[in-house]
Design a protein around this ligand. Structure first.
Ligand code: HSE
Length: 403
């Protein structure tokens, strides 16, 4: 029998309790043992909630209860969540989490503690919400040398960009909708500035290499500078705009990992991934391209992934589920050495200037009064930085082009 404690009764935590409640028979059958929730830890009380009698306020009630062998950490943050996770693992209780910030920051340390105490630290829900992506990389693709991971990794920003493109919606209104739907982080800056996607690609890049990619060293650009004018140009040129997390092997032991908005051809499969959906391409040296698609945020999709980890933990009570991720830092390639095409939006009178300093590109007509668009040929980041400096205030915006 497996008794579960859920730390944090917010959007995801309440979803976990609901999934185990509603799919209880199935969860128990697939676990090979009966699985029930015994405690919910939260500072608040929930009068009238069907599970209000499970709510406790003292973490030690959970830690000191030998019946609890699986804990779901759905609190978020790297303060109490880190402390509680360490204590649970040290006590031999497996921890299943959706907390990508904690996994990105302390993953290898927590995996080590789990291994030393014959339990598991599992984090399927930390990337891609309900999409199975951690387990496919660790298990189904374990024979592969993974060469590239590329994806739409944040539901909130994909929701915002989709509404901006399809409905001409205002950025702030759509962000509010994403928050109301339970997609956004508590501080939505983490979504719109790209930090959430950065943590997710850092986790995936670490699993790709088996070494740690430090999310704080990953180049990250969000979507706050993207305007409806950019979409006008993109649309006329046959593109849409998506924010992508990318990790590409460079040579034997180095990796280029970054998050950036991109112009992407409307015919590309990622251009068709809309609203809260995420999609992730994983390219292995034997299998080639594989793609994973599903709801990247939201209560039940994310909770479903946490409960899948609960089942895995329940099947391995007293054992460690191994993970290919060491504390050793991976060698990161510098984005300054990468090359892209760039869409550049300039004041109309500066079109000739950019054609002169970045010859060989393509003019894009966005039908936007007083503005012109231009897609440069492939240039290194260093060369483009010099061009941007020459353009100065005449450059109104620039977005990398995925090709
Ligand atoms: N805020 C995150 C997103 C939640 O929008 O993708 C899921 O990780």
């Amino acid at each position: 029998m497996v008794k579960v404690a859920v730390l944090g009764y917010g959007t995801v935590g309440s979803g976990v309790v609901q999934v185990i409640g509603d799919n209880g028979d199935l969860v128990s059958k697939k676990s090979g043992t009966e699985v029930t929730v015994k405690y919910i830890l939260d500072l608040r009380d929930f009068p009238g909630d069907p599970y209000e009698n499970l709510v406790v306020h003292d973490f030690n009630t959970i830690l000191e209860d030998p019946e609890i062998n699986v804990v779901c950490e759905t609190m978020g943050g790297v303060g109490a969540a880190y402390n509680f996770t360490k204590q649970c693992l040290a006590a031999g209780k497996s921890v299943c989490t959706s907390n990508k910030e904690l996994v990105a920051k302390h993953g290898p340390e927590l995996l080590e503690i789990a291994k030393a105490n014959n339990c598991s630290y599992l984090f399927e829900a930390s990337v891609g919400g309900g999409i199975p992506i951690i387990r496919p990389i660790m298990d189904a693709l374990s024979a592969e040398k993974i060469e590239r991971i590329l994806g739409i990794l944040n539901g909130t920003t994909n929701y915002i960009l989709t509404k901006m493109e399809k409905e001409g919606a205002d950025f702030n209104d759509v962000l509010k909708q994403a928050q109301d739907l339970g997609y956004a982080e508590r501080n939505p800056e983490a979504d719109i500035e790209g930090h959430d996607a950065c943590r997710k690609i850092a986790i995936l890049a670490s699993l790709m290499l088996g070494k740690t990619v430090d999310s704080e060293k990953v180049y990250t650009e969000g979507i706050t500078k993207i305007t409806s004018d950019d979409f006008a140009f993109a649309s006329k040129a046959g593109y849409t705009i998506k924010i992508l997390g990318v990790s590409e092997a460079k040579g034997e032991d180095s990796v280029l990992t970054y998050v950036s908005p991109f112009f992407i051809k409307k015919s590309h499969p990622l251009a068709m991934v809309n609203d809260v959906f995420n999609a992730i391409f994983v390219t292995g040296n034997m299998v080639g391209d594989t793609m994973y698609y599903g709801k990247g945020a939201g209560k039940l999709p994310t909770a479903s992934a946490v409960v899948a980890d609960v089942i895995d933990a329940a099947r391995h009570v007293g054992k460690n589920v191994p993970c290919y991720w060491d504390a050793e830092e991976a060698k990161l390639a510098d984005i300054k050495d990468a090359s892209f095409k760039y869409f550049v939006r300039v004041k109309a009178e500066s079109l000739e200037q950019i054609k002169g300093i970045a010859p060989g590109g393509k003019v894009v007509d966005g039908d936007v009064s007083g503005q012109a668009g231009y897609i440069t040929p492939v240039l290194s980041e260093k060369v483009f930085a010099e061009i941007a400096e020459k353009l100065g205030d005449n450059m109104l915006g620039r977005i990398r082009v995925y090709c």
